[in-house]
Ligand binder design. Structure first.
Ligand code: KG4
Ligand code: ZN
Length: 334
């Protein structure tokens, strides 16, 4: 079964052709990062305009590079939300026009679920149940995945998302957008014990997260050094900040996996690209007898292949949309 998938929820215009939910025939990603970088973040109106300019071409490229035509496609999948309303509308309108014109079924996909499904592409034998840590620029969830379309949210962020914290701290350090990859790289040469930033665990039994206090702690630390005229060692601040985030993410993920008797922890979302997170998870996993899964870097950040995978599994579960499908900018995971 071939799915043509479209993703336009933020600043990547992407289209992909996926076979049976797990095999990528093509995954074209046109990133707008360079355009938004000069503003220090994504400008929604600019993103929508760029999606309009690019989408038809990207869809055609996805077909060409998969060596198929519209006639070969069996299903249309598209990101329904969460995301920027104007950006989502471009993808949804394109997808509905294709579904109508080609008389194909259409599935509106939850973007966060897409991030989880990226793992099914890179790990052909991976099947639920597992514990999943979803960490992206807009969302942070600790989830028990009981089936391909069956999610139980156990924890979530109460303020900033993990990726958002990386981006905000990077900005304060004068580093370019998006901050995650830059902090990740700098951390590798920095001293993670240089500054003792807080690890916010919340109530003893809570699986929720909170990153805004950590962000404030970093900002206060930087201001104090500036006032005293002391040198800021960017690598050390980056490494210490990253370690504070990772300690909390790793601790809570393992606690949940053990509580639920899981032998698999799956990472998803842009922050799953973080080398420090991957290494720390794997080291702890070895000690605890828990196997760690994460997507290849290109499938961690936004892409249409993961949307195609999620569309397929929803279709198989009978969860179809119709041409009344509309954007849901504030869609939750369940
Ligand atoms: O999943 P994603 O592409 O978009 C959302 O759905 O939000 O995630 C983007 C986020 C950004 O905050 C970015 O800074 C972060 O993922 N990110 C990383 C890394 N690569 C991307 N954070 C930490 N380390 C990385 N290597
Ligand atoms: Zn995303």
């Amino acid at each position: 079964m071939l799915t043509l998938a479209i993703e336009t929820s933020c600043d990547e215009t992407s289209a992909a052709v996926i076979r049976d939910g797990r095999e990528v025939l093509s995954n074209i990603i046109s990133s707008q990062i360079e355009i938004h970088r000069k503003f220090g973040g994504v400008v929604p109106e600019v993103a929508s305009r760029k999606h309009i300019e690019n989408i038809n071409q990207i869809v055609q490229e996805a077909l060409d590079s998969a060596n198929v035509t519209f006639k070969d496609i069996d299903l249309i999948g598209v990101t329904q939300g969460p995301g920027l309303v104007g950006a989502l509308l471009i993808g949804i309108s394109t997808a509905k026009a294709l579904a109508y014109g080609l008389e194909l079924p259409i599935v509106g996909v939850n973007h966060i679920e897409g991030h989880v499904c990226a793992n099914y592409i890179d790990h052909k034998d991976l099947e639920p149940p597992f514990t999943c840590l979803i960490v992206s620029g807009g969302h942070t969830y600790l989830v028990q995945v009981n089936g391909y379309t069956d999610y139980e949210i156990v924890g979530r962020t109460r303020d900033d998302a993990a990726g958002e914290a990386f981006d905000k701290v990077a900005r304060a350090l004068g580093l370019p957008y998006p901050g995650g990859p830059v902090i990740d790289k700098l951390s590798q040469s920095g001293n993670k014990a240089a500054v003792d930033f807080p690890r916010v665990m919340l109530e003893p039994n809570s699986y929720d997260f909170s990153f805004s206090g950590l962000k404030t702690a970093v900002l206060n630390y930087l201001n104090q050094l500036k006032q005293k005229g002391e040198e800021i060692i960017v690598e050390d601040v980056a490494a210490s900040f990253q370690q504070s985030v990772l300690d909390v993410l790793v601790e809570k993920s393992f606690r949940l996996a053990k509580e639920r008797g899981m032998d698999k922890i799956v990472l998803a979302g842009g922050v799953a690209a973080n080398q420090g997170l991957r290494t720390m998870m794997e080291e702890r996993g070895k000690k605890e007898g828990i196997k760690i899964f994460y997507p290849s870097r290109v499938l961690c950040t936004d892409n249409a292949a993961m949307i195609g995978s999620a569309a397929y599994f929803n279709y198989m579960a009978g969860k179809l949309s119709d041409l009344y499908l509309n954007v849901e900018p504030n869609l939750d995971l369940i």
